[in-house]
Design a protein around this ligand. Structure first.
Ligand SMILES: Nc1nc2c(ncn2[C@@H]2O[C@H](COP(=O)(O)OP(=O)(O)OP(=O)(O)O)[C@@H](O)[C@H]2O)c(=O)[nH]1
Length: 369
């Protein structure tokens, strides 16, 4: 998908030198936050441009097979690694996509296996949402806003008009909200309080785990934890918006919802069973597409697992890839650190995606609380 090709911006230009992470603390790896903003339909670029101290460096991405989606996957990471290695003083990378990008295609590129020894790591996805226009974008997408993945996901029997019309439309705005770890809800000065409440509820019904920050002119007080230093792919979020859809569907948004499954504490020996359950759930959803009139689709998975020995594990996943990991020791609020305590919320696993009400019937959860 051509539109997924990102521009790169060094955070020191984006936010000003005083606000960036302190340069005195050398980072072993450079974190990346992916920023998506719906509605920006900039021209397609097949290059990565990095701005640092007003010096722009461009890495061109070779287009093997003419398919930018396949080509950018490895060469985009390689281009970034090469930049980080050549200019060793990067603190952070903000990767701004075009407005019609599907973060579900981009996040897996940068969420790299530890064993690969990459010099970069994915820190999180931030989506900027226009409070005035978002409901319209979710309800009445223009034809060119319908992402390619929607076309891919049409039922095999898509000649059957009934099926196609029954399936609620998945828009780019849905995808950018469902994959977001943080949403900057901007232009709040242009809407009434009741409109803002409707927007907040709609967003929370799609993605109950997202951290929602209301802004005017995208101004935020504290960058750390909002745009930078998110640790969104290594910890479980401390935010807990109301769960509108514990059954896997929501009346507020028929297309995408959040499903929360409470988990009992599990024995360390049972972790492989959890792993197998997730494999079945996430991998077979892909396989099941053929011949099915309805299928579920998981965009994002996050879990907090309480282990009977007092430790915790975090589950993180985007589309079909996932990891069960020990969280880094970074917070005292139960979202980081590797030991359990009373402040930890109940163990649970959370899925964000489509038709999630089908999950429990398809692959029953073995550790229900
Ligand atoms: N009233 C109000 N106007 C805003 C706000 N944020 C941006 N604008 C204005 O809205 C107009 C369009 O800005 P954006 O929506 O950021 O435009 P964009 O298409 O995303 O632009 P790019 O960032 O270049 O992609 C500009 O005139 C901005 O000054 C806000 O919070 N409130």
């Amino acid at each position: 998908m051509d539109d997924d090709v990102p521009d790169l911006v060094d955070v020191r230009e984006a936010v000003g030198p005083s606000e960036a992470s302190p340069a005195t603390v050398p980072l072993k790896k450079v974190p990346i936050t992916v920023v998506t903003e719906f509605g920006n339909t900039a021209d397609i670029e097949k290059s990565l441009t990095v701005n640092q101290n007003n010096q722009a460096t461009t890495e061109w991405i070779p287009l093997a097979n003419g398919c930018i989606c396949c080509s950018v996957k490895d060469s985009g990471v390689a281009a970034l690694e090469s930049l980080v290695e050549r200019q060793k003083n990067f603190d952070y990378i903000l990767l701004e996509t075009t407005g019609v990008a599907d973060p579900g295609n981009i996040a897996p590129m940068f969420w790299l296996d530890e064993g690969l020894g990459s010099s970069i790591y994915l820190d999180g996805i931030v989506t900027v949402v226009d409070a005035k226009n978002i409901l319209k974008s979710l309800d009445e997408p223009a034809p060119d806003e319908v992402p390619e993945s929607e076309a891919d996901n049409k039922m095999p029997d898509s000649s059957d008009e009934h099926h196609h019309h029954q399936s609620p439309l998945l828009t780019t705005a849905h995808l950018q909200i469902s994959h977001a770890d943080v949403i900057i809800l901007n232009k709040t000065d242009l809407v009434s309080d009741s409109h803002l409440t409707d927007v907040r509820q709609r967003i929370s019904s799609i993605n109950s785990l997202v951290r929602l920050i209301c802004t005017t002119r995208s101004l935020i007080d504290e960058l750390s934890g909002t745009v930078l230093d998110l640790n969104a792919y290594s910890t479980f979020p401390s935010t807990s918006a109301p769960d509108f859809s514990s059954k896997g569907h929501s009346h507020l948004d028929p297309t995408i919802s959040t499903l929360t499954l409470p988990l009992r504490a599990i024995d360390p020996q049972e972790l492989p069973v959890l792993q197998e359950w997730l494999e079945t759930l996430l991998w077979e959803a892909e396989d099941r597409q053929e011949g099915q009139s309805r299928k579920y689709e998981i965009h994002r998975t996050k879990g907090l697992i309480r282990i009977t020995d007092g430790t915790i594990r975090v589950v993180q996943g985007v589309r079909e890839i996932f990891d069960i990991m020990q969280p880094p020791k970074i917070t005292g609020d139960g979202t980081g650190g590797d030991s359990d305590d009373d402040s930890n919320p109940q163990g649970r696993i959370v899925f964000i995606g489509r038709n999630l009400d089908l999950i429990s019937g398809a692959v029953p959860m073995p550790f229900s609380a």
